[in-house]
Design a protein around this ligand. Sequence first.
Ligand SMILES: CC(C)(COP(=O)(O)OP(=O)(O)OC[C@H]1O[C@@H](n2cnc3c(N)ncnc32)[C@H](O)[C@@H]1OP(=O)(O)O)[C@@H](O)C(=O)NCCC(=O)NCCS
Length: 166
Amino acid sequence: MIGFHKVRSQTQIAAVARLAREIWTAHYTPIIGRAQVDYMVQKFQSAPAVAAQVDEDYAYYLVTSDAQEVGYLAVVPDVDDGSLLLSKIYLLASQRGHGLGKEMLRFVEDLCRRQGLGMVWLTVNKHNAAAIAWYERMGFTNAGPIVQDIGGGFVMDDYKMEKTFD
Ligand SMILES: CC(C)(COP(=O)(O)OP(=O)(O)OC[C@H]1O[C@@H](n2cnc3c(N)ncnc32)[C@H](O)[C@@H]1OP(=O)(O)O)[C@@H](O)C(=O)NCCC(=O)NCCS
């Protein structure tokens, strides 16, 4: 049974940071290399970084399956734009391919509907082929390249993907 737990406490923030380090190191090292993974985890997914995002406009959710913490997601709603940024969607490798990601996306789309938002968008690394194929299967379309300088001599070399719904 899947569960979604809005991240508020320091304990929950620490759990997100732990999951992020494990998932990002395993998943992104072959894609962007260890140096950029370490830089991005520190800058965007360390406990202080997640805490700062939660204090601003990010909503993080820890995802549990049978009461075990198996992943997390983060969203940034933009009511004026009528859209929602799906900033993070990550599962431990052992938990993939069993339908949990689809339920996470359904949860995100329900959040949108409740807030009257008709579009979800995200950015995905151009070489994260499995995730791109998954997003396409889930109904997203590729809206083109988006390159962002993140400092430290690194860039995020991504595609923007989006999905509109009723
Ligand atoms: C992306 C991710 C969240 C998807 O979650 P998941 O639990 O593995 O996906 P699901 O099992 O819910 O898949 C849902 C459907 O997509 C299909 N699917 C799974 N992986 C796929 C892939 N790589 N390409 C195409 N279809 C795929 C499934 O067969 C399933 O099909 P169905 O509609 O017939 O049921 C998860 O794989 C993940 O954490 N990946 C690594 C991290 C990552 O890259 N995150 C995105 C960062 S931008």
